[in-house]
Design a protein around this ligand. Structure first.
Ligand SMILES: [Zn+2]
Length: 214
């Protein structure tokens, strides 16, 4: 069962990378079929198998030898590992990881992500919280939306605040503090002197680390 879940997870990871790629290049998710971004050659079926194809191709396009980003291999492998933790009780945290994983992949490429990810994940978390917390969250969300649309150069993206809110609704304040601290630490080490970085990927790496370590 674990092996089957791992295979399904790797396929989902592969799909998320492809969807984020289509978001970054602003192309349809249906057309054209999977192809090399550099030489545009459509990929054969054996070049589309999660994890195995990357290893078989040794991380390069079969036709033009362009390096395939290791992100795809990493995302496929991690998504496979994460899905092995699937039980009826973990469906919602896994859904959170999948949707925000997609948003983080988009953010890494474009420093933006599709807004619907927030509007889908946050209401799902409402089911697990009291009406008072739901009301406070809605007020905060509206506040963020109003302030950020009038702030020309914000210090943190509104999307980053939305993911933090949704994580808090899912795991509570103590776990959220640990998660944020880890993400900030990784981001500080990685970013060095860069002044503007996409934060979602670091938040996601931290969330994945905490999830898998438990
Ligand atoms: Zn190519």
């Amino acid at each position: 069962m674990l092996i089957i879940l791992f295979i399904y997870g790797a396929c989902i990871g592969s799909g998320l990378v492809a969807l984020a790629d289509r978001y970054a290049t602003n192309t349809s998710i249906f057309y054209p079929t999977s192809h090399c971004d550099t030489c545009q050659t459509p990929l054969a079926y054996w070049q589309l198998v999660p994890i195995l194809s990357y290893l078989l191709l040794r991380g390069r396009c079969h036709y033009c030898q362009t390096i395939i980003p290791a992100t795809s291999l990493l995302a496929e492998f991690t998504a496979g590992l994460v899905l092995t933790t699937l039980t009826p009780a973990t469906i919602i945290p896994l859904l959170w990881l999948g949707l925000w994983g997609y948003a983080a992949l988009c953010d890494a490429r474009t420093q933006t992500f599709p807004g619907w990810v927030s509007w889908v994940t946050i209401p799902i978390m409402f089911m697990m919280n009291s009406p008072v917390i739901v009301l406070i969250t809605i007020i905060l969300l509206v506040g963020i939306h109003l302030v950020w649309s009038h702030w020309p150069n914000p210090l943190i993206g509104d999307g980053d605040l939305e993911i933090i809110l949704s994580y808090h609704l899912l795991h509570g304040i103590t776990v959220t503090a640990q998660w944020l601290l880890t993400a900030s630490l990784i981001a500080m080490i990685y970013s060095g002197t860069k002044t503007r970085i996409p934060f979602l990927p670091f938040l996601l790496v931290s969330a994945l680390g905490w999830w898998l370590s438990q």
